[in-house]
Design a protein. Structure first.
Length: 310
């Protein structure tokens, strides 16, 4: 039986990924910087403080596979403090790669960001060959980590596969973090606040449900070629205003009004980000299963239950 270590497995995408791994019959170790309450039975949870190198090496040495989802900042916070974004994320990720080179792990999946590493789109949907010109510190650091992982693959044989998910949403995503328009829009309605949309219709994003992101990560783990990069997305773009209009009747039926506050477009926002996942589909047969309407309804139901109006 394979044992998979999921770094950052207690987070939003991590929880969905852990459940997919458990469904495959794997043993799972969730590794994080902070202690989390056990979320899934049968999973081993380990919290390791920064600098605890021997403990980190010990946990990684027990794994056959590693999925690295760890990241301590958000796109918005990376603008506020780019140096912190580099300090908190780049060095620790490279250190993990170095430790993995000393282990017997046979597959590493690094979860990057399809929503930020490409920058402004020259064409859509964007494939993995599209230029990578990120316009946020978050995207720059994510791309740098990718480059380090691929460098270790080329020079030292690190068995790494990189995935770039587009904009994830779904049950379990916390709102108001500068990332996650869907959850923030719903939670704004719950609080009686207006949804902020920058520009006439807002930005265009490729919204993929977290459960589909998890199956995409699993597909790359099982079928991806070492040293390759794979997008995870739907290939369909939706504006911020389009999301609001889709959510409005779902919330109205629960007695919640959804208003929009339209603000001037922001110069640093990438206007359009839509990904092609054809490469992953050819490699594994993966494709998204949850359409946007169904996914939004599930997210609304979860937030209505878990996050009542404040």
């Amino acid at each position: 039986m394979k044992r998979t270590c999921v770094i950052g497995g207690g987070g939003f995408i991590g929880q969905h990924t852990v459940r997919r791994l458990l469904a495959s019959g794997r043993d799972v170790i969730v590794l994080g910087r902070r202690a989390v309450s056990p979320l899934d039975p049968g999973v081993e949870y380990c919290s390791i403080s920064p600098g605890a190198s021997k403990q980190l090496q010990s946990v990684l040495a027990r794994a056959d596979e590693v999925i690295d989802l760890a990241y301590s900042t958000w796109p918005q916070t990376s603008f506020q403090d780019p140096v912190k974004d580099i300090h908190d994320n780049l060095a620790s990720s490279v250190r993990v790669f170095e430790y993995l080179l000393q282990s017997n792990v046979n597959r590493v999946v690094y979860v990057s960001s399809g929503g930020t590493v490409y920058g402004h789109a020259h064409r859509t949907p964007m494939g993995e060959e599209h230029a990578t010109d990120p316009v946020s510190p978050y995207g720059i650091t994510k791309l740098a980590i990718e480059k380090y992982g691929l460098m270790f693959h080329t020079t030292k044989g690190l068995p790494i596969v990189i995935v770039r998910p587009s904009n994830a949403y779904g049950e379990g995503q916390s709102p108001f973090r500068g990332q996650g328009f869907v959850s923030t829009a719903i939670a704004s309605g719950l609080r009686g606040q207006s949804v902020q949309v920058y520009g006439e219709e807002g930005t265009v994003r490729d919204y993929v449900h977290a459960e589909d992101v998890a199956t995409g990560i699993f597909a790359a783990l099982e079928h991806g070629s070492i040293g390759e990069v794979y997008n995870i997305g739907t290939g369909i773009g939706t504006t911020n205003l389009g999301i609001v209009e889709a959510l409005r009747p779902m919330l109205v039926s629960a007695g919640i009004r959804l208003d929009v506050m339209q603000l001037p477009a922001r110069a640093f926002d990438v206007k359009v980000n839509v990904l092609s996942a054809d490469k992953l589909r050819r490699a594994s047969g993966w494709q998204p299963r949850i359409d946007l309407t169904s996914g939004l309804r599930r997210t609304v139901e979860w937030l209505l239950k878990e996050r009542p109006a404040e």
